[in-house]
Design a protein around this ligand. Sequence first.
Ligand code: SAH
Ligand code: SF4
Ligand code: F3S
Length: 476
Amino acid sequence: MANLNRKVAVPAEEIDRQREFMLLVHDISEARFLSQGNYPKAFVRTYGCQGNVADGEKLKGMLEEMGYQLVDSPEGADFVLYNTCAIREHAEDRVFGNVGALKNNKRRNPSMLIGLCGCMMQQEHVAQKIKKSYPYVDLVFGTHAMHRFPELFYQALSSHCRVFEISQSDGVIAEGLPTHRDGQFKAWLPIMYGCNNFCTYCVVPYVRGRERSRQPEDILEEARELIAHGYKDITLLGQNVNSYGNDLQNGIRFPQLLQKINDLDGEFRIRFMTSHPKDCTHELIDTIARCDKVCNHIHLPVQSGNSRVLKAMNRRYTRESYLSLIEYAKQKIPNVSFTSDIIVGFPGETYEEFLQTVSLIEQVGYDSLYTFIFSPRKGTKAYDMPDPVSQEEKGKWFRELLAVQEKIGEGKYQALVGKTLRVLPEGPGKTGEGYLTGRSDSNVIVDFPGEDSLIGKFVNVTITKALNWAVLGELR
Ligand code: SAH
Ligand code: SF4
Ligand code: F3S
């Protein structure tokens, strides 16, 4: 079934063409390395959100198909690829710092190739800076060219010229690319790409293109495959999963998709992120409440507790409508837990307005928060807004907010003592010898003494003690 507005699917022939480039690169690898019993080595580092991590898994999958062995460090790698994030200045600075450090690697090993891709590269001014000031970077491509990585990599390998592909686009959907999954039990499952919301502080709509939904059949097939391979914790991904399906003609929206995945056979749990409050409906909350495999945890970023600031951010909900949504979810979903993102110091925010964010987090009682100080992003509306409050002052507010949340989090964890939670053990715990660690359905980290044979199997754990970063418990 077609997407409403435009053709977004990359044609199967184009994916086949990319597969041919994968074979060509494989031939080069074979001649240079494999014939001598060696593998060429690739190091891929992904910055930013889970959507970018899912892209990174595809890039790794393509590299494996091209004969590359994935390694954990840029040291000694034949190809280093940084899959970048542009969300805040700090994220960009980290990338520039790490790219700068690669200069020495390249001096020691001149035949190594360096590639940069992801959201930062989709910004013209960043790509220009790389072109001018980082001459040892061989390959640069933006988010819209990700599925053409094999072709671009082949060009870089065979031509010894620098390759740049950062053309603008509203974005596409490429099915059928190989994936190297980082986890054994937890998996990312993108259901849509891009964003239409243009929150005034945010760069994502500019670097990721317009919202586009994968076909439900493609998502369900991938979910079935994951379950068959033993994945037990599946997170559905999109910048705003609540607008899933708005561009499809088949009438399937996010609640129906959740229900369909919930109906698949197998023992697994479903998470999703991110839910935008403006599109979070009662129907969705009722669906979460009804679906036994959907976790009772909602990441519902509020950004600010003040309606004027929310309007200036173009979030399109108010403090009151957000709180009434939370109330509805608390009524309908037993033991529901919430997490959120907060921006402190949006241009023009006053201390009184900031205090409304503090009172909102007290009222909701989040398990935990992801808090950020506003970072101006070129090209966004907020970049040009008057911003009179100093960084120092914003830092003070930020610490005030953290202190309040710390207390709330402690209370939330303390309230779990004596309760029994279903946990998926993922590996050895930090608490000590013989401990395992995993997450509860509500996404709390739980450490408990247990055998390694339990890793990847759901267990029930009774909570005995609350720490500030996790809870401790015993197998029931
Ligand atoms: N699509 C998600 C958010 C993705 S970005 C949503 O709408 O909820 C993750 C978080 O980064 C945002 O929720 C916001 O809190 C933060 N963020 C985005 N742009 C920012 C900026 N310019 N400065 C500071 N924080 C920002
Ligand atoms: Fe950014 Fe807003 Fe889109 Fe989230 S919904 S990605 S914050 S523009
Ligand atoms: Fe960063 Fe791009 Fe995600 S800007 S947060 S990696 S969509």
